[in-house]
Design a protein around this ligand. Structure first.
Ligand code: AMP
Length: 279
């Protein structure tokens, strides 16, 4: 496994590949867990060479404290990647990526960017799209893997590829969960013992919401979820939304043949957790 922190040396290596070689790419912010590894293992199965990037992208954080407290476990990440036979790891710093100009581009994603995460994390998706586009330019992947854990991000990346005519196939991967149902996340290590034992309530609520959605309309399900969290001693609901998978617009009326998903964002103290489920 080779680790590069400079763009020029990574590009040189990629240029050395024979034509026709497939490159699988998994962008991450590190603090790797089994969820990340499930994407990387899939990429290894489906491509000749796999590149994983580890870069905590400053422009996608709307809160300075969240960026400053983002876990960094680089040594362990590299051990995990080596153990599964990852080929190449790209670990640039912010200066390497942005130079002196740490700003994001402005994108138009036909409204996808204004829903849910876009409402609560200003500028987040401009930051995400800026870094993903930049990494695609550097890595020139054949296939790029993104988790459904960040379903809105996945849809936005697919839109980015279409709108900018990028030559890469985006592959969405299922959410990987702890045995108690909590969606794996780098932020989970920051949870206190009490918060960690409360957190599976999020997925349990999504499962119940899915059941209720079969019998009631979206508004009723939303009210039910809001009530479930109202008096919760540890978890604070930021939003619960039932939305069309394609447009991500809130569902008013269910149309047969369309796919819907429930999305949730919850605070455990300062730590923000998100999850979603297909309905
Ligand atoms: P992150 O390091 O949080 O930016 O995540 C890197 C990639 O891993 C993103 O495409 C995420 O959606 C994906 N990912 C993170 N957690 C999970 C999970 N629990 N299951 C599946 N994919 C995940």
């Amino acid at each position: 496994m080779n680790v590069y922190s400079e763009i020029t040396s990574l590009k040189k290596r990629i240029k050395s590949f024979n034509k026709g070689i497939t490159i699988g790419f998994v962008p991450t912010m590190g603090a790797l867990h089994q969820g990340h590894l499930s994407l990387i293992k899939k990429a290894i199965k489906e491509n000749d060479v796999v590149v994983v990037s580890i870069f905590v992208n400053p422009t996608q954080f709307d809160k300075k404290e969240d960026l400053e407290n983002y876990p960094n476990t680089l040594d362990n990440d590299l051990l995990l990647l080596k153990a599964i036979n990852c080929d190449i790891v790209f670990t640039p710093n912010a200066k390497e990526i942005y130079g002196k100009n740490e700003v994001s581009e402005d994108f138009n994603f036909d409204g996808l960017e204004f829903q849910m995460e876009g409402k609560f994390r200003k500028g987040h998706f401009n930051g995400v799209a800026t870094i993903v586009k930049r990494l695609f330019e550097i890595v020139t992947p054949t296939n790029a893997y993104f988790g459904e854990k960040d379903f809105q991000q996945l849809q936005i990346i697919k839109k980015l590829v279409v709108k900018q005519n990028l030559n890469v196939t985006i592959i969405g991967c299922e959410i990987f969960r702890e045995s108690d149902g909590l969606a794996m996340s780098s932020r989970n290590v920051r949870l206190s013992k009490t918060q960690r034992s409360a957190a599976p309530f999020i997925y349990k609520t999504l499962l119940k919401a899915k059941k209720i959605f079969g019998t009631k309309n979206a508004d009723k399900v939303m009210n039910w979820v809001e009530n479930e969290f109202k008096n919760h001693p540890i978890l604070k609901l930021e939003y619960f939304e039932i939305a069309d998978e394609k447009t991500l617009k809130p569902t008013k009326k269910v149309i047969s043949g369309e796919k819907y998903r429930a999305f949730i964002a919850v605070f455990a103290g300062e730590i923000r957790l998100i999850d979603n489920i297909s309905l």
